[in-house]
Design a protein around this ligand. Structure first.
Ligand SMILES: Nc1ncnc2c1ncn2[C@@H]1O[C@H](COP(=O)(O)OP(=O)(O)OP(=O)(O)O)[C@@H](O)[C@H]1O
Length: 253
């Protein structure tokens, strides 16, 4: 069966200042390849600086790769740094959702803007979509009139999720999106993510340092080290018998 998301030999480097007048390229991701099926979750783990967030940004189209392809449903959406402009199908949620929300906009206006920029829906259809999406993430219809500062951190993550889901994506990239939540709110958010996945066949790319979360919700696991994949396979198999020294170190700490 064709995977929903296929990442092929993705590479990324940045310019680094190497002296007063010289720069050199610093390779952050090298030949990254993996597949993700519909309704599945792949976790990406690795030490700080191993390239996880850079990979998340490439997947969501927030940055371009130097080389390699990203295919969604068999269609190339990124090819050697050229991205298909339609960013709807892969959406991203960050750790600090408050910082990514405009403090001067109500939640309803923010969701409405998102629909206006990305769809042809008329006013009534947009209102209906906002209503459905707020309900989907467990928020009240009245919350559309509130501003970001009026919500708790758990509710803010639901708002970030609503902003991602309102465009009916196929993949959501969660970059440490659950890390700042306290354990009970994190558990509620995980349950919400799992329910949405079961109901809608959504796929997740989970980037986290929380190994228990990785084991609980991911089907597959990618271990990054200095921008390279050192282990890739079924999560449970890797947890039970990690092959690479890097994975053994990460799982033991
Ligand atoms: N825009 C940039 N310009 C130059 N270097 C960058 C840029 N973005 C990231 N890097 C470098 O790329 C490397 C990987 O960074 P990245 O944020 O992807 O790592 P990470 O695995 O997500 O780390 P963490 O777990 O701390 O979030 C780091 O050395 C970082 O300094």
């Amino acid at each position: 069966m064709q995977p929903l998301l296929k990442v092929q030999a993705l590479s990324k480097s940045f310019n680094l200042r190497a002296g007063l007048f010289s720069r050199k390229r610093f390779s952050v991701l090298k030949d990254i390849s993996f597949c993700l099926g519909q309704g599945e979750t792949i976790a990406i783990i690795g030490e700080t600086g191993s390239g996880k967030s850079t990979l998340a940004k490439l997947l969501a189209g927030a940055d371009n790769a130097d080389k390699g392809q990203i295919l969604l449903d068999g269609n190339i959406i990124e090819n050697d740094g050229l991205r298909d402009n339609d960013c709807r199908h892969i959406r991203m949620i960050f750790q600090d959702s408050e910082a990514s929300l405009n403090p001067g906009l109500t939640i309803g206006d923010m969701l409405n803007d998102c629909l206006q920029y990305n769809t042809d829906l008329n006013k009534e259809a947009r209102e209906e979509k906002i209503k459905q999406t707020l309900a989907k993430v467990g928020l009240l219809l009245d919350h559309q009139h509130y501003y970001p500062h009026m919500f708790s951190s758990g509710q803010l993550q639901r708002i970030a999720l609503a902003r991602a889901l309102i465009l009916d994506p196929k993949v959501v990239v969660l970059d440490e999106a659950l890390s700042s939540l306290d354990p009970s709110v994190r558990a509620q958010t995980v349950n919400l993510l799992l329910r949405l996945q079961k109901d809608t066949g959504l796929s997740y790319v989970l980037i986290t340092h929380h190994l228990s979360l990785v084991r609980h919700i991911s089907d597959q696991l990618v271990v990054l080290d200095h921008g390279e994949i050192v282990e890739y396979g079924q999560t449970e198999a890797i947890f039970q018998d990690p092959q690479s020294v890097v994975t053994q170190k990460l799982l033991n700490c």
